[in-house]
Ligand binder design. Structure first.
Ligand code: HEM
Length: 539
């Protein structure tokens, strides 16, 4: 016993030194990122979790509160990682447009944890990103987007048909609008990006599933996996264990992901299966389409994104072919599902929900839409762009009121100075978009839904800095699908409002609860009562 004690006493100094060393290393690991930006003001971060509990408690409103307290540039700690948030129009403009200093997005753990997303457009950097963006930009110009209108219209008609046939009884007049709208936007991406008919709307609940083909099952399992994989990506502390770890101790995210993905029953295991299935399906679609594209007669016929991308790669060949590998093509096409469906569906839902709550806005909007012409005349892409000025205002105001991406990520590519603070290379500088959209300096009485504030002839619009409203981002990395999304949303709204009036269902909470995944979503969905317009006018 005595000898054990003596041994312990002789080892004690070394043990204490080791312990101090470990604590010192841990302290350095956790506080090194903070130290580099310590001069930027902000609340004291809690060890490990940083300011994540604040986000869990107050949602994205926390960014406006912190801006009031700390000014237009402040620190917010996403776990261990400090973000420098710029929360003022001029600073956001500066960061967004200084492309040489901020050419890329920093990637939080929900994205680094997803192998498919890592190769997508969001994550790309340097020459691969610019070559790819140059190669595909023409696909998002009005001329090409206009050619996709018939495919969009077919999906919108299916949605309308579904709403009509499922709300025939006065006691069955409620639709889960956010769910239907997500199905429709996925269907539209299926047709326009993949050239595949997902048939998500036509196979939804009460519409006959007896006609389902084996292909339907394949598609529905693909989409289920996709929805599972994307809804598991949370920015707060509700994601998988490895994603949470990535927020808290990034160095451990990958080893733990590798370990947990092999253990059945864990969320990481489920996400891994979903990602592997998605990747396999995407690779399959790409290989099949690439084979078809070898046949030159097929090439010009198909207009979907995947075919056109493969066509560009084949016809230009050379360096482009080396840069845009099959893996990139899969990731890029898959990314359409993510980028193109969730935010578009969220935005469409917010418009319908907000208009349902504001009868005066609805009245003016119906006047404009009814004045367009007979119900069966589908507006052309050009008419959609220029023929519905009030609808434009309603859409802009909805995107301000419920901004789908409240934060936009950038990373400093060199040492920079922003807002009077020197920031080292690698600093995560994020644009506080929702702060700009709720700042009374830009939008008086921001809590009010008032589309007229975007009237181009009104004083408010004339006086406002145009960079105060940036729902699609800013600068060379702004959303490439903006025109696509606006065409799709306006087409859907014109079609829906010619046929239906929507009212909030008593089943819905007021105001609706939101959650923050990769983009914002309604936590419990949006349920709306449907009144057919011919029935309403007949009364
Ligand atoms: C209402 C619907 C949409 C909203 C609100 C939205 C919003 C955004 C935002 C905020 C960004 C980041 C911009 C930045 O960093 O400055 C972005 C990027 C992007 N969006 Fe969208 N988006 C929508 C629809 C779409 C659609 C329909 C597509 C494709 C068909 C799409 C594809 C992309 C892509 C590929 C990027 C990355 C661009 C790059 O890094 O170069 N988005 N979007």
């Amino acid at each position: 016993m005595d000898s054990m004690l003596a041994l312990f006493e002789s080892c004690l100094p070394s043990l204490l030194t080791l312990l101090a060393l470990i604590l010192g290393l841990l302290f350095t690991y956790f506080y090194a990122p903070y130290w580099k930006v310590r001069k930027v003001p902000g609340p004291l971060p809690l060890p490990l979790v940083g300011h994540l509990p604040l986000m869990a408690m107050y949602g994205v409103d926390i960014f406006s509160s912190l801006a009031k307290q700390y000014g237009p540039i402040y620190r917010f700690h996403l776990g261990r990682q400090p973000l420098v948030i710029v929360a003022d129009t001029e600073l956001c403009r500066e960061v967004g447009l200084r492309f040489k200093d901020f050419p890329c997005r920093s990637l939080p753990s929900p994205i680094t944890g997803s192998p498919l997303l890592k190769k997508g457009f969001f994550s790309l950097r340097g020459p691969t990103w610019s070559a790819m963006r140059n190669a595909i930009t023409s696909l998002y110009q009005p001329t090409h987007v206009g050619t996709l209108l018939p495919a969009m219209q077919t999906c919108v008609e299916t949605l309308t048909h579904h709403i009509s046939t499922t709300t025939t009884h006065p006691h069955h007049d409620v639709v889960h609008f956010s769910n239907l709208s997500l199905r429709m936007t996925n269907d539209i991406i299926g047709k326009t990006a993949f050239g595949v008919d997902f048939r998500l709307i036509s196979t939804t609940n009460s519409v006959s599933s007896a006609a389902a083909s084996p292909n339907d099952e394949e598609v529905s399992s693909f989409i289920k996996q996709h929805i599972h994989a994307t809804t598991s990506l949370k920015m707060d502390l509700s994601g998988s264990f490895s994603i949470i770890l990535g927020l808290l101790i990034p160095i451990l995210q990958e080893p733990f992901r590798q370990f947990l993905r092999r253990i059945p029953g864990t969320v990481d295991h489920q996400i891994d299966i979903a990602n592997a299935t998605l990747k396999e399906t995407m690779d399959d679609i790409v290989t099949r389409r690439a084979r078809e594209m070898v046949d030159e007669d097929q090439r010009p016929a198909k207009k979907d994104f995947l075919s056109v991308l493969l066509n560009v790669r084949e016809s230009k060949g050379g360096k482009l072919k080396e840069l845009i590998t099959d893996d990139h093509v899969s990731a890029l096409t898959y990314e359409h599902l993510l980028a193109g469906s969730t935010s578009t569906s969220f935005t469409l839902t917010t418009v319908v929900y907000l208009v349902a709550k504001h009868p005066k806005v609805e009245e003016r909007l119906f006047r404009e839409i009814d004045g367009f012409g007979p119900i069966d005349v589908v507006p052309t892409p050009d008419e959609l762009r220029h023929g519905f000025p009030y609808l434009d205002q309603v859409l802009k105001e909805s995107m301000r009121f419920y901004t789908s991406s409240p934060l936009i990520a950038r990373e400093a590519d060199r040492d920079v100075e922003i807002g009077g603070y020197k920031l080292p290379k690698g600093t995560w500088v994020w644009l506080g978009v929702s702060v700009l959209h709720n700042d009374p300096k830009n939008f008086p009485e921001p809590h009010l839904f008032r589309p007229e504030r975007f009237d181009p002839d009104g004083d408010e619009e004339k006086q406002r800095n145009p960079y105060s409203h940036i729902p699609f981002g800013i600068g060379p990395r702004a959303c490439i699908g903006q025109k696509f999304a606006i065409q799709e949303i306006k087409l859907s709204l014109v079609h829906l409002y010619r046929r239906f009036i929507f009212r909030c269902s008593p089943e819905m909470e007021d105001p609706p609860e939101l959650e923050y995944g990769l983009v914002r979503e309604f936590k419990h969905g949006v349920k709306l009562r449907v009144i057919k317009r011919e029935a309403a006018t007949a009364k």
